[in-house]
Design a protein around this ligand. Structure first.
Ligand SMILES: C[S@@+](CC[C@H](N)C(=O)[O-])C[C@H]1O[C@@H](n2cnc3c(N)ncnc32)[C@H](O)[C@@H]1O
Length: 289
């Protein structure tokens, strides 16, 4: 029987496959229907509109089996983005893997603010620290083609994904370097440094819930208070920034006051935080004199 009580037919159409999968996933995930659609689109290599245009189309046995395998893995909790290997960020279809953070919509605020501070057609050097899949650096590089973006990342697995994204999206003005935060940046060389660093406190219960369980801890956890990476970046970035250069940092919704105090303590000027659409202070800016 289907979840609506009607007998299941043996016809493995797009509509019946989606209906069954959404029923299985609804027990665990609020996003059951959307997840089922994303997984089926991935198996068929088609956009979502195809599912609505051809609901009666019968799946080939291989497609049906591949879809069932993905639904079973989603039932176990694996994030859809890791199952499909894709996540959209800033309208860019990015490759992701279990070595990268799954880029969050909230991080688009960091890109938006960076672009608001980079005048059109300047030839700036911009650094993206902890680039992961390349999300932030690639979004900026594509919107400011006269700038050069230098993106650093300590995880070789993440860097491989970022390089694949650079190749597929064609962004010649970004360099991707395996390195600790600011290490490859020449003193005084950067006009703007952006980072979405790991900032979750190590004891945060969210780390053992939902999709986050599957993401690399090194991409999430910033020590006991969550601020270890922000402290390191704040210290290192000062020396890498040009005079009047800016540091723009994403952080947790309850960390803004501490991040402002930290940057002011390190001698940054004009320190201020910006709110996201949910009215949370999620990004802080500091300038060097
Ligand atoms: C929160 S994730 C952000 C990824 C990406 N920028 C995004 O917004 O989707 C933080 C990234 O910092 C990287 N990272 C952690 N420690 C680092 C270090 N010491 N130097 C460089 N990158 C580091 C992690 O591997 C991870 O990719």
């Amino acid at each position: 029987m289907s979840r609506r009580g009607a007998p299941l037919t043996d016809t493995r159409t797009i509509a019946s496959a989606l209906d069954q999968a959404a029923g299985r996933l609804a027990v665990l995930h609020d996003s059951a229907k959307v997840d089922a659609e994303a997984l089926l689109c991935h198996v068929l290599g088609k956009p979502r509109s195809h599912l609505y245009a051809w609901p009666e189309r019968v799946l080939a046995p291989g497609q049906w089996q591949a879809f069932q395998r993905l639904v079973a893995r989603r039932e176990q909790g694996e994030p859809v983005a890791y199952l499909t290997g894709r996540r959209e960020f800033w309208s860019l279809p990015l490759a992701v893997s279990e070595h990268t953070l799954i880029p969050r919509p909230e991080t688009e605020l960091l890109v938006e603010l960076a672009l608001a501070h980079i005048p059109e057609s300047v030839h700036w050097v911009i650094a993206d620290l902890g680039t992961g899949s390349g999300a932030v650096g690639l979004a900026i590089a594509r919107q400011r083609s006269a700038c050069h973006v230098l993106a650093t990342e300590c995880s070789p697995g993440a860097l491989k994904v970022a390089r694949e994204n650079r190749r597929r999206l064609g962004a010649p003005n970004i360099s991707l370097v395996q390195a600790d935060w600011c290490r490859p940046l020449a003193p005084g060389s950067c006009h703007l440094i952006v980072a979405n660093p790991p900032y979750v406190p190590s004891g945060d219960p969210h780390l053992s819930r939902g999709d986050v369980r599957y993401e690399p801890r090194s991409a999430l956890v910033g020590g006991e208070d969550g601020l270890d990476a922000i402290r390191a970046i704040g210290r290192e970035a000062r020396g890498s920034l040009h005079s009047a250069g800016m540091l723009l940092l994403e952080h947790g919704h309850d960390q803004a006051a501490r991040v402002r105090a930290l940057l002011e303590g390190l001698g940054y000027r004009d320190v201020r935080s910006y709110r996201d659409l949910a009215d949370m202070e999620r990004v802080t800016l500091g300038s060097v004199p």
